[in-house]
Design a protein around this ligand. Structure first.
Ligand code: ADP
Ligand code: MG
Length: 246
């Protein structure tokens, strides 16, 4: 198989939860540096798809390759894959008992075996990038939702992943905080990171995505550049969805 410059390659992916088919014959390629936005109605399989990409969900058929590694249900392999793939969730998932700084250094020292000093230096670099270096010594519960999500992004970046996955990173945030998180993501996109973002923020999608992937009922129904997708969706289901979110 020739992957060319593909950072992510998904071929014939299907996934069942018991008898229920959550993903049906998904094919998707994401090139190095490309930004993909995945959208679609609730329950269409968006989270399941991104969770399969870093092996948080096992899959029953098809083949997934990320950064040159096939994603397989093997502990050692999953560790290798997760080193290359950062993931940011709706609910931040920070370690509540650790300061912001510790949240950013713990993976670097324990998993990457870096010195505390080097880990802190990189942590501050990313806290500057997400514009909250002054929050380093606070605990997550002392921050706003938007700040916590920016810490979560910085924490992922500290592991220097090759791909970043986002699963509705702004949907748990108050409206005034959505913008600051999307701002961080837009800057990250500008840095050349490969990004797969599940989001209903269509302004972000229009501005940042190279391609929009629209899912419904476990399938990719449509895949198009934003200009085409927003102006003239090919499927009725996408048109209906856009009426609801725009
Ligand atoms: P989306 O993120 O697009 O809202 P999900 O990927 O979360 O959709 O879910 C796709 C479908 O799979 C839904 O019908 C959901 O109920 C089902 N599903 C997701 N996770 C599980 C699970 N752990 N067990 C059983 N069904 C699940
Ligand atoms: Mg979801």
């Amino acid at each position: 198989m020739d992957n060319g410059t593909a950072m992510i390659s998904v071929e014939g992916l299907s996934k069942w939860f018991g008898p229920f088919a959550a993903l049906k014959d998904i094919d998707l390629k994401v090139d190095r540096g490309e930004k993909i936005v995945i959208c679609g109605p609730s329950g269409s399989g968006k989270s399941t798809l991104v969770r399969c990409l870093n092996g948080l969900e096992d899959h029953q058929s098809g083949r997934i390759t990320v950064a040159g590694l096939e994603v397989m249900n093997d502990r050692r392999r999953l560790e290798q894959v997760r080193l290359k793939v950062g993931m940011v969730f709706q609910n931040f998932n920070l370690f509540p008992q650790m300061t912001v700084l510790r949240n950013l250094t713990v993976g670097q020292t324990w998993i990457l075996r870096k010195s505390q000093r080097d880990a802190e230096a990189l942590a501050f670099e990313y806290l500057e990038k997400v514009r909250i270096p002054e929050q380093a010594h606070k605990y997550p519960s002392q921050l706003s939702g938007g700040q916590q999500q920016r810490v979560a992004i910085a924490r992922s970046l500290c592991m220097q992943p090759e791909v970043m996955l986002f699963d509705e990173p702004t949907s748990a945030l108050d409206p005034e905080m959505v913008k600051e998180v999307l701002g961080t993501m837009t800057e990250l996109a500008g840095s050349g990171m490969t990004m797969v973002c599940v989001t209903h923020e269509m302004g972000f999608a229009r501005q940042v995505a190279d391609r929009i992937v629209f899912m419904d009922e476990g399938r990719i129904v449509e895949e198009a550049p934003p200009a085409q997708f927003f102006q003239a969706p090919r499927s009725r289901r996408a048109a209906t969805f856009l009426k609801q979110v725009l």
